[in-house]
Ligand binder design. Structure first.
Ligand code: TYM
Length: 380
């Protein structure tokens, strides 16, 4: 099989997750480390048990810092290029869980600058700013602690981080940036500066920074780790997840430019039903008769994978579904019905919480405890 490529701006082809560990030079998240994390958290998490989070950098040092009283902080983000889909929610739910269990600060960056600069998107700055607002509501709906969370939008907060951006930018030469991010002579120079802006929040505290995200964001942390210590900060730690596959099958990640490949948080129930029924890639057999005889393949079945990776937290239920499907007792249509129900239940709760988030947005962005502190500081 020919595998595709993964970078912060593009994920193509089937993703070979083991190869990425080698290519990016990260570490596999092994059972012992997961046990230690869960024991300090006082709770297990299904995304850890199921190896959805499967790779890391220095998570062992984060846990050591925590054990020894030095603490740590969390940082993650979103590129506001349009409506958020189900896959984008994975890092936010996991970050929120970590915040709740470890009682630590969370910084969430909205890169309205980045999404404006990416030429293929053809978005105006007004549009990426508007999406920043819309996406912030989706993120707040996840349930972050208002006293310990700061959501900031680059074009607004830049004044406070510009001195640090300059210090980072001066440390990274074009040849490194080109090797890591694949810049070419036709890349606009805004995008060439941008990595410095995504790196700076790892310096918001002197403590170690832990970044939960899918593995596509790792190139930034590689650069950060090369320069952090020379600027008097710690190397960032990261915990990397796999991608929820597109509805249409295991090629790349869900994309805003291919609406049939994703379920958006704004999709109403009938749209969810149509998308799943029409587009969800199935690991079932061509006919019901053959399916009953030969059984389905849950490993390549997107409805099953969505349940496993995200929507069905209950281990015994997810294993029951796997077994029923593999044995052929459960048909593709039945599995799709389970997914539709789960997605619509999730979205229904999300819609309510998103409404409530409208009252909270100023707290997270400007006047909550952490937000206020951050607006009073200049990072340098
Ligand atoms: P963006 O908006 O592309 O993605 C937001 C977050 O979602 C993750 N992600 C996925 N996770 C699981 N399954 C998927 N199908 C899937 N698609 C995307 C991404 O890895 C990311 O964590 N430049 C960033 C914004 C950013 C950021 C950060 C992200 C700024 N600072 C720090 C992570 C950490 C971006 O455009 O993300």
């Amino acid at each position: 099989m020919v595998f595709g490529s993964v970078s912060p701006w593009e994920v193509t082809g089937p993703v070979d997750y083991d190869r990425l560990i080698e290519e990016f030079g990260t570490q596999r998240l092994d059972e012992n480390l997961v046990k230690e994390l869960e024991s300090l958290a006082g709770e297990s998490h299904y995304m850890l048990r199921r190896k959805i989070y499967y790779s890391h950098r220095d998570l062992d040092l984060v846990l050591k810092d925590f054990r020894e009283g030095r603490g740590f902080f969390l940082y993650t983000g979103r590129g506001p290029s349009g409506p958020m889909h189900i896959g984008h929610m994975i890092p936010f739910h996991f970050t929120q869980w970590l915040q709740k269990r470890f009682k630590v600060n969370v910084y969430i960056q909205l890169t309205d600058d980045e999404k404006f600069l990416e030429e293929k998107r053809r978005l105006s700055l007004e549009e990426t700013r508007r999406w920043s607002y819309e996406n912030a509501l989706d993120i707040i709906a996840v349930g972050f602690d208002p006293d310990r969370t700061f959501i900031f939008q680059d074009t607004e907060y830049i004044r406070n981080i510009y001195p640090a951006v300059l210090k980072v930018a001066k440390k990274v030469n074009l040849s490194t940036a080109r090797a890591v991010f694949g810049f070419s002579l036709s890349t606009n120079i805004g995008l060439i500066l941008f990595p410095a802006i995504q790196i700076v929040p790892t310096f918001f505290e002197r403590k170690r920074c832990l970044i939960p995200a899918a593995i596509d964001q790792d190139p930034y942390w590689r650069v950060q780790r090369d320069i952090a210590e020379s600027l008097g900060y710690k190397k960032a730690a990261a915990i990397h997840s796999k991608f929820i596959p597109p509805l249409t099958g295991f090629q790349g990640k869900m994309s805003s430019s291919a609406p049939e490949s994703a379920i958006y948080l704004s999709d109403p129930p009938d749209v969810v039903r149509t998308k799943v029924m029409k587009y969800a890639f199935s690991g079932g057999q061509p006919t019901a008769e053959l399916h009953r005889k030969l059984g389905g393949n849950p490993e390549i079945d997107v409805p099953f994978q969505w349940l496993y990776m995200f929507l069905e937290e209950d281990d015994s239920e997810v294993e029951r579904i796997r077994e029923e499907y593999r044995s052929g007792r459960m048909l593709t249509g039945e599995l799709k019905e389970i997914l539709i129900k789960k997605v619509n239940e999730y979205l229904e709760i999300h819609r309510q919480r998103r409404e409530e988030a409208k009252e909270l947005i100023n707290t997270f962005k400007y006047d909550g405890k952490l937000a206020k502190e951050m607006w009073e500081r200049v990072i340098d």
